[in-house]
Design a binder for this molecule. Structure first.
Ligand code: GLY
Ligand code: MN
Ligand code: MN
Length: 436
């Protein structure tokens, strides 16, 4: 599943339309990182760079110069090189780049230091990332100083550095129908993988063997890799929010929390399901699970245009606190417990985040000092949970070591919302039926 290639120039035009006159945007590719001696991490392009180019190679740079007569979109990339390509793979090369990437000009990445300063000359403002990669920050300063060195020759140097993030990330926050179609497919594949995990689990398996099963589904369906390291936590491992060791043996009686989603054409899915290893919830597991599910339904109800970011979280917290009081895990008065955030003993994260090319996607959560309002086209997760530490002697032993999260991906629509990840079940009855 690939986006229409015309989407990339459209995005660049939209960004340039929002830049000030006489400005330039500089967007770098992701750096290559070393895993260990002679071995690099799998290369994954920077989301901003890919969003604007659809170009996956490292050692590249994009310049957008609105109004430049010789061309507004300039790409720097690696030269073709027969010998090196035998070792490290095919390269597009600057000769082929304009046709493939629909840019106006392309040059060798080896020429950036010579050419970028000439492209900055006469511009007033530079939009770029600041503070993301120290090497890139230094490079921008180096180019800027190269222009400044020429001011006595009559060259005007840019005098304003502006964070590109705001403009670009507001644009990325609102997904087009084409983007939502890819995200729906990523969600469907991930839902299938969760279904498969519930169907194949057996006590005695290692957690990573469930992970393998899910990765197999992702890749068979056309995803290259997970959108983030899969979390497969059985028993009390479910209480470690970013557990990725995934190397314990699953025991009869464990609940298993799986937080995993695939990446498809640079878009993430992010699903969590929690289910019993032996196919039957115990009574305490049932009670806490139903509470988290009720909290999730209450949160989902708040996702609609005009509502504010915090409303789903507040709704989830209200349901959780009420339930924890009823079950005896908390004592006190509901409003006071919420006010004091006493629930953080069992629920210490937020109810969601923006979702898109990055699993924790870009976009502001507040505007003008307030939580921002939902608009159609935004995509977010809704993921309440409860985690009772195994050594929490403030609660009855029956609750200890239970960790539960239920996470779905949701797109805001004109009418309310649509749950992209509806393909995998989540009620107690449905899960038990599926696992029977
Ligand atoms: N998988 C990361 C998260 O749920 O935020
Ligand atoms: Mn999430
Ligand atoms: Mn998740």
């Amino acid at each position: 599943m690939q986006l229409d290639r015309n989407e990339y120039p459209r995005r660049r035009q939209q960004l340039m339309a929002n830049m000030t006159a006489n400005s330039v945007a500089i967007i770098p590719s992701a750096p290559v990182t070393v895993r260990n001696r002679d071995v690099e991490h799998p290369y994954r392009q920077d989301s901003d760079f890919y969003y604007l180019t659809g170009f996956a190679e490292p050692h590249a740079l994009l310049l957008l110069i609105p109004g430049r007569a010789e061309g507004e979109c300039i790409v720097f990339c690696q030269d073709k090189n027969k010998e090196q390509e035998i070792w490290t793979g095919r390269r597009l090369g600057p000769e082929a780049a304009p046709a493939v990437l629909a840019c106006d000009e392309a040059f060798s990445i080896n020429d950036v230091d010579e050419l970028v300063p000439t492209l900055l000359a006469g511009r007033e403002r530079i939009y770029t990332h600041m503070g993301l990669h120290a090497d890139f920050d230094r490079q921008v300063m180096h180019w800027l100083n190269a222009v400044k060195a020429q001011v006595r020759l009559g060259v005007q140097a840019p005098y304003e550095l502006h964070a590109l993030d705001h403009l670009l990330h507001e644009q990325r926050l609102l997904k087009s129908p084409a983007e939502i179609a890819v995200m729906q497919r990523a969600a469907d594949i991930s839902a299938e993988a969760h279904t498969r995990a519930m169907q194949t689990v057996k006590p005695g398996m290692h957690e990573y063997q469930l992970e393998a099963e899910m990765t197999r589904i992702f890749m068979s369906a056309g995803s290259r890799w997970p959108a983030y390291p899969s979390i497969v936590g059985a028993g009390e491992n479910a209480c470690i929010l970013h557990y990725t060791e995934n190397n314990a043996v699953i025991q009869d009686g464990d609940l298993i929390l799986i937080d995993a989603g695939c990446e498809l054409d640079y878009y993430a899915a992010d699903i969590t399901r929690t289910f019993p290893a032996n196919g039957r919830f115990s009574e305490p597991q049932k009670a806490l699970y139903q509470l988290v599910l009720d909290a999730q339904y209450a949160a989902l109800e708040q996702v609609k245009p005009g509502n504010r970011w915090q409303q789903p979280h507040d709704a989830a917290v209200r349901v959780l606190v009420r339930g924890l009081l009823q079950l005896g895990l908390l004592q006190g008065e509901e409003d006071a417990l919420i006010e004091q955030q006493a629930y953080r003993q069992f629920y210490m994260h937020k109810t969601g985040h923006w979702l898109g090319m990055d699993v924790h996607d870009v976009g502001d959560y507040r505007q003008d000092g307030e939580w921002r309002r939902f608009e159609a086209g935004m995509v977010l997760t809704v993921e309440p949970g409860l985690y009772v530490a195994p050594d929490d002697d403030s609660v009855d032993p029956q609750w200890r070591g239970i960790g539960i999260r239920i996470e779905d991906d949701v797109v805001v629509t004109e009418q309310g919302h649509h749950v992209l990840t509806h393909g995998v079940v989540k009620t107690i009855a449905e899960i038990e039926a599926l696992m029977r």
